[in-house]
Design a protein around this ligand. Structure first.
Ligand code: SF4
Length: 475
């Protein structure tokens, strides 16, 4: 291990710094701990510069030698220490230290604008930060970028990025996004074709939030044609606009009727066939919702080409179903009779009911798949991931089942917390029954139903601000 050098140092008070990086934890025995840094302190600078985000932090460490300055919360104690090809041992609260970049738009379909009141503040944050796009795969519009940002993306190869395109007809896109003139720092950033071409060395995953009669049809053809002509575009997800019943003083936007969804399925399927023939990849993928609303069969797993846009609702149902249930592996009867209730959003409930049909013959098992009305966002919201604890509590009677199973998509990543901050324990005590997460896929769910015990089925991804928007196909 290279020797660590400590120098006497009087650091600037943290109050002098435009931003600092709050330190959540310090690894035992690490250079930071040996230097005296403690949880609750803040990293002030690295190699003499403020640290705007974890990317800049990693970039400086990647140079080999780095000098770090950290201060305690009051700015009374500070240390400077050096590392060389060694992790300093700092763990941060967040990945962005200089404040999340907020969006410069007022999209007519924005999900944040149609959220009911009363949720945690973080769910109303209009994140449009290219750094979270790179780190977490959240979609950004690029309209708030400056020249410096573009240069940084190129210099640091922040690839891939996830871009909300919506339309490559500039006038149509401008009309849909309604960017605020005063919030846009570089007007060139609102020209999507310019931006995609300036980012030519960066791999891009793109999305279109489609509205009936707005940016689908011929406009969608134009968008696909342009995007697939760019070598750096890896894929395009077409997702339907998501609506709630809390749209007040907003432009009129409507969802897809089955015949309109079927038209989009047909159009995109034609593109997929053509692109598969000419490019060897379908490149354009549809959100599950289009198939379900249209009443069309979901494509086979292979047609999703690795499920690269799963978190955008593209292929989630097919991925969940896998190859279905092996009926020969099912028990004939349960050791002890059990009433199991699975809850789901209205869109997925019929699919789940059909998938679990082979379990009907198991003696001692009373199984129900219940479609819950989303009373939080309104009945128009049919995806499972946007059901809140209150939706469960108002539509499940205490004690009516022995085991209640929820979808992992209803929980915040890494927690047992639902969208309205109720926890699985809250549901257990209010409903007087076992409440568990069913499983990441159909086989895990069947195992949970048959055994009566939940596996380790945490959510694949949570409901960060973006996940909420993504669950509804937004942003
Ligand atoms: S959809 Fe996204 S980019 Fe558009 S206004 Fe809402 S937060 Fe901003």
């Amino acid at each position: 291990m290279p020797p660590m050098r400590l120098r006497p140092f009087t650091a600037p008070n943290t109050l002098d710094a435009p931003f600092v990086a709050p330190i959540r934890d310090v690894v035992e025995g690490s250079p930071a701990e040996r230097a005296g840094v403690r949880p609750g302190w803040s990293l002030v600078s690295i190699n003499g510069a403020w640290v705007p985000d974890v990317l800049a932090y990693r970039r400086e460490l990647g140079r080999g030698a780095a000098t770090l300055v950290a201060c305690d919360a009051a700015g009374e104690r500070s240390v400077r220490f050096e590392v060389a090809w060694e992790d300093p041992g700092l763990e941060f609260d967040d990945v962005i230290f200089d404040g999340l970049r907020l969006c410069a738009n007022k999209c007519e379909f924005c999900y944040v604008h149609q959220m009911p009141k009363g949720f945690r503040k973080s769910l109303y944050v209009m994140d449009d930060d290219f750094r979270t796009s790179f780190l977490y795969g959240s979609f950004v519009t690029l309209t708030n970028l400056t020249d410096t940002d573009v240069q940084r993306i190129l210099d640091e190869q922040l690839s891939p990025l996830y871009v909300s395109v919506h339309a490559t007809d500039e006038d149509l896109r401008a009309d849909m996004l309604k960017s605020w003139r005063l919030k846009v720092r570089d007007p060139r950033a609102t020209r999507i074709r310019d931006m995609l071409e300036r980012l030519a060395p960066i791999e891009l995953f793109t999305q279109v939030v489609a509205q009936p009669g707005r940016n689908d049809g011929v406009a969608l053809d134009g968008t696909i044609e342009y995007l697939v002509s760019l070598p750096n575009v890896q894929a395009l997800a077409v997702v339907p606009v998501g609506l709630t019943e809390h749209r007040r003083n907003l432009p009129e936007v409507r969802g897809y009727a089955p015949d309109e969804a079927a038209e989009v399925v047909l159009r995109v399927t034609r593109w997929q066939e053509r692109l598969l023939r000419t490019r060897g990849s379908r490149m354009v993928f549809l959100a599950d919702e289009f198939y379900l609303v249209a009443g069309r069969a979901l494509p086979a797993a292979a047609a999703y080409e690795g499920f690269t846009m799963l978190e955008n609702g593209v292929g989630m149902v097919r991925d969940f179903l896998g190859s279905g249930i092996d009926e020969t592996a099912l028990p004939r009867r349960l050791g002890r009779p059990r009433r199991v209730l699975c809850v789901s959003g209205a869109l997925f409930a019929p699919v789940l009911r059909a998938a679990l049909a082979p379990l009907e013959g198991i003696e001692g098992l009373e199984l129900e798949v219940r479609s819950l009305v989303n009373r939080t966002f309104g009945a128009v919201t049919t995806v499972t991931g946007l059901l809140a604890g209150r939706d469960v509590l108002t539509q499940v009677r205490p004690g009516e089942a022995d085991l209640l199973l929820l979808s992992p998509s209803m929980l915040k990543y890494g927690t047992e917390t639902l969208l309205d901050d109720r926890t699985l324990d809250d549901l257990r005590s209010e409903l007087g029954m076992a409440v568990e997460v069913g499983g990441q896929d159909l086989l895990e769910l069947v195992d949970t139903i048959v055994s009566g015990r939940a596996g380790n089925a945490g959510p694949q991804f949570g409901y960060s601000t973006h996940a909420v928007k993504e669950a509804a196909g937004q942003h």
